[in-house]
Design a protein around this ligand. Structure first.
Ligand SMILES: [Zn+2]
Length: 262
């Protein structure tokens, strides 16, 4: 459906922001579920609002693509199975944070959607949608999800819907039911990502402020060394973001740099 973006109006901007796959691609017309406004279901062309059109937020999501993962870090099974990735890694990461532990998790066929559902919707005042969009994007940085995810207007796939990107199609399955979170919990998580990223990532990935052995060199141990840095005697000081980037495959990181990933 090459004309779909134009008929919606404002589609050009959205396509640039999120680098959404173009129409006509396999699975492009699958049923999706919005987490804002009236939580519509339909194709992404039908239900994606512009950021400035968001008046209420019901949930925040993250999106993990198994194909983006480095098998030498997560294990080969996790690149081939979203459920294996959940069981072997994501479940442990979520359980190490009191807010992320309340995530709902869906196996979408080729990856995972984690959803933090609000106990009551956040009503977005005029002009505040961009602020909440930054918060939505910020909390995604807690874990190695898709860096091109669409922030506030990202769409999930309904449980039971079919993902036709695959042949045969795969059914979207609920792996973890989740619990409601408060607006204050969302803001707290957002603050930790912004203000204490090294500490947060060490806790999520290793359960504390120290990892033994060091995940980068395999020797010694790695510890928090400042809010944006970690340190190992052999590796020296390392940008803490490497704790997240190490999960992505080299090919995926190259695609991100070239802006080809969608
Ligand atoms: Zn090291």
């Amino acid at each position: 459906m090459p004309g779909a973006a134009e008929t919606r109006g404002g589609g050009d901007q959205r396509l640039q922001v999120g680098n959404v796959e173009t129409g006509g691609q396999r699975g492009a017309n699958d049923e999706r579920e919005s987490l804002v406004n009236d939580r519509r279901r339909g194709t992404k062309y039908e239900i994606t609002p512009k950021v400035d059109e968001v008046a209420s937020i019901h949930a925040f999501m993250n999106d993990f693509d198994c194909k983006a993962l480095d098998p030498s870090v997560v294990g080969k099974a996790c690149v081939e199975s979203a459920e294996a990735f959940y069981t072997q890694h994501v479940r442990l990461w979520l359980d190490r944070d009191p807010v992320l532990a309340k995530s709902e998790v869906r196996d979408t066929g080729g990856g995972l959607h984690t959803i933090l559902r609000l106990d009551e919707p956040i009503l977005v005042a005029a002009g505040e949608a961009r602020i909440w969009d930054d918060i939505a994007r910020g909390i995604c940085n807690a874990l190695p999800g898709d860096p091109n995810l669409n922030g506030l207007i990202a769409l999930t796939r309904p449980v039971g819907a079919m993902n036709t990107k695959y042949d045969p199609p795969r059914e979207v399955r609920l792996l973890r039911p989740g619990e409601p979170v408060t607006r204050a919990e969302i803001l707290d998580l957002s603050r930790q990502v912004a203000e204490q990223p090294a500490r947060l990532w060490m806790r999520l990935f290793f359960g504390g402020e120290r990892a033994e052995p060091c995940p980068f060199c395999g020797g010694e141990s790695l510890g928090v060394a400042g809010y944006w840095q970690v340190r190992c005697y052999k590796c020296g000081r390392v940008n803490a973001a490497s704790l997240v980037y190490r999960f992505y495959s080299p090919q995926f990181l190259d695609e991100c740099k070239e802006g080809r990933h969608g």
